[in-house]
Design a protein around this ligand. Structure first.
Ligand SMILES: [Zn+2]
Length: 474
């Protein structure tokens, strides 16, 4: 464990050493998706950055206690389920699964299932927390039947976003889950049931209703991780009002500092512009795959473009660059592995024979410990690649050194999570392959030839082997 693993804390706006409450445990709460739609690549930039953090913490010997909730009840999910005319659970279930599939495509390590709660399965803990806030006079039942948090009861309000509340009208209320800074006011904790909510509602001491979005995270983080969290992560757009409100709710209830380190992942721009529906640049992971890129390439582009605390500009050129960088790594690994004897014993311990590797491993630790400087780590790695090629060309690389290099890659990849290159077969090609297998089984060889041509027209080759059809890129 390094003495100083430093992260940018967006509360203090400084890079600070991480000081977990009970090392080696690090509690990590991350605001999960609101499951009303497919996540776009900006959302996934956040989850890839959190994944980098989680892997780096593990690399340094920390035990990460990671929780991420799914918001399956709020204004947006209710609106979406009504528009699609589906029960809320069924509607959100579609997008929960889509999120998990996309996370898999990007090789994101998620918390275990029991640490990924759906908000609707924990309503009692939200009700208990709201009751506690009412008892402490931090919240009140308003004349509209909903429960609101009283901002005036929490003088620290605005500490995360450095808000000036001098012009705030005491008692002004906001009933929506999302609002702008200009709309700051007492925010809703429990929303009284209204006609458009349909069959979405739970009984509570304040009548039938549902939790507000913000209280979900305070209740779920407390239930799963306790009153204080080492690191709280999320996209930068959640700073206000969501995280500001989480602080107010949690600290009013416990009297303790809620979060020690705020890990905010900055915006993903597309071609230098903010993503928006009107510009048509709000790509999903699926949109990127449909253009012929792999999840591995997208992951690399999201990881390597910029530090997580800076804006990242996504471009298609950047995706092509990611593809090129990955093929350089893959070619290098192939060359290195060819030098490793099949029966080689696994390497461990000192690498005195391979000074380049020793230096590289030290540089990797230093780069990661300094606010996850992955670009620095990659820069060092590409130097190592160049040195290796020179050594192989000169016939100077020994099998043991090759093993050490493979070990260096394994270390880096435990952080990068890029794995092996795989060929992704487009659904259209797979469908033709399946039809062709059926045609061959039925001994319809004319049809089988026709399908082969259709597959070739899509840029693939099909070979018939003893084990069946084998598909190769054309
Ligand atoms: Zn949250």
């Amino acid at each position: 464990m390094p003495t100083e693993f430093k992260l940018y804390n967006s509360m203090t706006r400084a890079v600070e050493p991480l000081q977990p409450l009970a090392p080696p445990r690090v509690s990590l709460y991350v605001c999960g998706p609101t499951i009303y739609n497919y996540g776009h690549i900006g959302n996934f930039r956040t989850y890839v950055a959190v994944d980098l953090l989680r892997r780096a913490l593990k690399h340094f010997g920390y035990q990460v206690d990671h929780v991420m909730q799914f918001t399956d009840v709020d204004d947006k999910t209710i609106r979406g389920s009504r528009e699609k005319n589906l029960p809320l659970k069924e509607f959100t279930g579609i997008y929960r699964k889509a999120f998990l599939d996309d996370a898999k495509t990007l090789n994101i390590e998620l918390p275990p299932e029991e640490k990924m709660p759906n908000a609707t399965e924990h309503i009692p803990s939200m009700i208990a927390l709201i009751q506690k806030l009412i008892d402490k006079k931090s919240a009140y039942v308003s004349d509209d039947g909903s429960v609101y948090f009283r901002i005036a009861s929490f003088p620290k309000y605005g500490c995360l976003c450095h808000l000036d509340l001098s012009s705030l009208i005491s008692g002004a209320r906001v009933n929506q889950d999302e609002y702008e800074k200009e709309g700051v006011g007492d925010f809703v904790l429990w929303k009284k049931w209204v006609e458009p909510d349909g069959d979405v509602g739970w009984d509570s001491p304040w009548g039938k209703g549902r939790p507000g979005w913000h209280i979900e995270c305070s209740a779920l983080s407390m239930e799963h991780l306790g009153p204080q969290i080492d690191i709280h992560g999320g996209g930068t757009d959640l700073r206000f009002p969501h995280h500001e409100n989480e602080i107010a709710q949690s600290e009013s209830a416990t009297g303790l500092t809620f979060v020690r380190d705020w890990f905010h992942v900055e915006h993903l721009l597309v071609d230098g512009q903010k993503m928006s529906k009107s510009l048509g640049n709000m790509y999903t992971v699926r949109d990127v795959l449909a253009k012929g890129y792999t999840g591995r390439e997208l992951r690399y582009a999201l990881l390597s473009g910029a530090n997580y605390a800076k804006n990242l500009n996504f471009t298609w050129q950047g995706m092509d660059d990611a593809k090129t960088a990955l093929s350089r790594i893959d070619e290098w690994r192939k060359r290195v592995r060819e030098l490793i004897p099949a029966q080689a014993a696994p390497v461990s311990g000192a690498m005195d024979e391979s000074p380049g590797v020793t230096t590289y491993l030290r540089a990797l630790d230093e780069a990661l410990a300094h606010d996850l400087n992955i670009n620095d780590a990659l820069g060092h790695f590409f130097s190592l690649i160049r040195e290796t090629h020179k050594a192989i060309d000169a016939g100077r690389l020994t099998p043991l050194q090759a093993q050490h290099l493979e070990f260096a890659w394994t270390k880096l990849d435990s952080i990068l999570g890029l794995g092996e290159a795989t060929v992704t077969i487009p659904a259209e090609v797979q469908a033709l392959l399946d039809q062709r297998a059926a045609a061959r089984k039925a001994k319809d060889f004319a049809k089988s030839d026709e399908l082969r041509k259709a597959i070739e027209a899509l840029g693939w080759k099909v070979k018939d082997t003893a084990k069946g059809q084998e598909l190769l890129p054309g």
